[in-house]
Design a binder for this molecule. Structure first.
Ligand SMILES: [Mg+2]
Length: 166
């Protein structure tokens, strides 16, 4: 069993759909020449670094932003460059295939048996990741995309990771 991973989504997790409180700042990000307006909170970086440093875990992106997150998101919230799950563009909803299932398939393949916490807002991600074959012990922390990542989510992850290392 390798060291545990903490997987981060961007939209709906670090970038909530609405500004939840005054800590969030507006940013323009233009990956691949397309401009997005994001809400980002500079407290998220230190929270996440504390989480992995105190539990022996490692951070990685699990987002369609892929490596673009290292360019456009990390520097704005105080995170270093992180590894990322290579998630290809979603081919579309067809019989039984949802966005959550598509991400879960790539997360399962990339984690390769390492335990992980996944901060994710896709509503079916919990069931989809549990249904993947050969997926290691994991905790999906379901995030409300309206408010994004909160201190309670970090605490939930920390508790799970501490129990895992005992
Ligand atoms: Mg999302």
């Amino acid at each position: 069993m390798g060291s545990p991973v903490v997987l981060l989504d961007v939209d709906g997790v670090l970038n909530p759909f609405e500004r939840p409180d005054r800590g969030f700042q507006r940013h323009r990000c233009s990956p691949n020449g397309v401009t997005f307006k994001l809400w980002l909170n500079p407290v998220h970086g230190p929270w996440l670094l504390d989480l992995v440093e105190s539990t022996g875990a490692e951070l990685a992106w699990a987002s369609y932003w892929c490596d673009n997150a290292n360019v456009w998101i990390s520097p704005r919230i105080g995170l270093p460059e992180l590894p990322f799950v290579p998630i290809p563009r979603f081919p579309g909803i067809t019989e039984g295939r949802t966005l959550g299932a598509w991400k879960a398939r790539h997360v399962a393949a990339w984690t390769e048996g390492r335990p992980f916490v996944w901060f994710e807002d896709e509503p079916d991600a919990t069931d989809c990741i549990a249904a993947e074959p050969d997926v290691a012990e994991h905790l999906l922390v379901e995030i409300d995309p309206v408010t994004g990542l909160t201190a309670d989510h970090i605490e939930t992850a920390a508790t799970w990771l501490r129990a895992l290392s005992r």
